[in-house]
Unconditional design. Structure first.
Length: 406
């Protein structure tokens, strides 16, 4: 973790849009990148934990660590800007300590693991196939993502335009023997892949906000709102967009399909009411291919547990065959819940400082921060939990960083 000039001591922290830093109110619910903060996510297949870290001078370092720990690959001088939705392939851009410092000062914007909120044009993109032996990042002039197969024989193909961003800008779907490009809205620059519905009938993507050089951010003490982003559900055979709504404006997480039914979960963090100073109420929501959305508990006909009514921050961490894993923060504690068609279960808790990513084959990944008793240093620690917050395993430990004490 790099904190140049003790930036955390500032009265109003500024969260720079464009990454998966997991740093903000409640710890788990914010998907914004503050340059220099360590952040992590799983590869799509769960074989590697991908950690974006920084050395003592601020130079970015990408670490790919086996889900069991010990097996580690390193790439110095890069930022992760995208993780493909299948396999274990990363897309990177080059960056140095000066760029990180400039971003901390607000002079430029850096894009980093932007698959949840934002994207920005890339001058050069580097592909890193973590599954290849002795692999290293390779510069790619014409980037192409791997196809994503669906459960009903469908195939999604993605077109990347670096002038628009590091993530895909075009989408082709093969369904029922017919392959054609989806007519996404013309004002959509790039999108993040949500993927195929359980039946294979639908495919979903979410809009990514376009960032440009020069700095773009917002202050935590002034706004809980993330950039406006639309959710799209596409009928795969007809290529018709059947759901097109800006429901992700107050959401920082990647929406996910229910594992059994064709419906998508997403989080609405709520909006701060400046006049009445009413705290935002975070809600778990469901969007359906019929164009409708509603609160998850009403849609599932489950009784809402009392802690959910007091949640001020919520994070959608991922899914498995039983449902979606959600973390909620209340004034008293943080807890993990598994929500699905068959019910809701409180699975426990985990101490996570900056956020978490759940992969059903690998577990719950989080970056934690440890301080010494005098708060003179902080150390980032990458850990893996099982679903209920137990079986904590340390995958990586950084060097202590001097923060000067408070």
């Amino acid at each position: 973790m790099l904190l140049v000039g003790c930036g955390l001591a500032a009265a109003a922290l500024v969260f720079w849009v464009g990454g998966t830093g997991f740093f903000g109110p409640g710890g788990l619910g914010i998907d914004e990148f503050w340059p220099g903060m360590d952040s992590a996510d799983w590869t799509a297949d769960g074989s590697r934990a991908v950690l974006q870290s920084f050395d003592g001078q601020g130079t970015p370092i990408v670490l790919a660590i086996g889900s069991g720990g010990g097996d580690m690959q390193t790439a110095n001088g890069y930022l992760v800007v995208a993780i493909e939705p299948t396999g274990s392939t990363l897309w990177l851009v080059k960056a140095d300590a000066d760029a990180v410092m400039d971003a901390q000062n607000g002079d430029v914007t850096l894009d980093m693991m932007s698959a949840h909120t934002s994207d920005m044009p890339a001058e050069d993109l580097y592909r890193w196939d973590l599954g290849a032996q002795d692999s290293a990042p390779i510069r790619i002039d014409k980037p192409v993502w791997s196809d994503l197969e669906g459960p009903d024989g469908g195939v999604a193909s993605f077109g990347v335009d670096p002038a628009k961003g590091s993530n895909p800008a075009r989408l082709e779907l093969l369904s029922g023997g017919v392959k054609s490009q989806v007519a996404l809205p013309g004002n959509l620059d790039t999108y993040a892949v949500i993927g195929w519905s359980p039946s294979g009938t639908y495919f979903a993507v979410q809009e990514l906000t376009r960032l440009d050089e020069g700095g773009s951010g917002f202050s935590f003490d002034a706004s809980f709102d993330s950039p406006e982003r639309r959710l799209f559900i596409i009928e795969a055979r007809t290529k018709e967009v059947v759901f097109d709504e800006s429901v992700l404006t107050n959401s920082y997480d990647a929406p996910v399909w229910d594992p059994k039914q064709d419906m998508i979960y997403y989080v609405d963090q709520g909006t701060w009411d400046e006049q009445s100073e009413v705290e935002p109420e975070a809600r778990l929501m469901i969007a359906r291919p019929d164009g409708k959305s509603q609160e998850a508990f009403a849609a599932l006909k489950h009784e809402k547990p009392s802690p959910w009514s007091n949640a001020f921050s919520m994070a959608l961490l991922g899914s498995d065959e039983d449902g979606v894993l959600v973390s909620i923060d209340t004034e008293s504690n943080s807890s993990l819940w598994l929500v699905g068609l068959d019910g809701i279960e409180n699975t426990g808790s985990a101490s996570m400082s900056y956020g978490a990513s759940w992969n059903k084959s690998a577990g719950l990944l989080a970056v934690e921060s440890e301080s010494d008793p005098d708060f003179t240093t902080e150390t980032s620690v990458l850990v893996r939990y099982d679903i209920h917050g137990g079986s904590r395993k340390e995958l990586w430990r950084g060097e202590p960083v001097d923060i000067g004490g408070f």
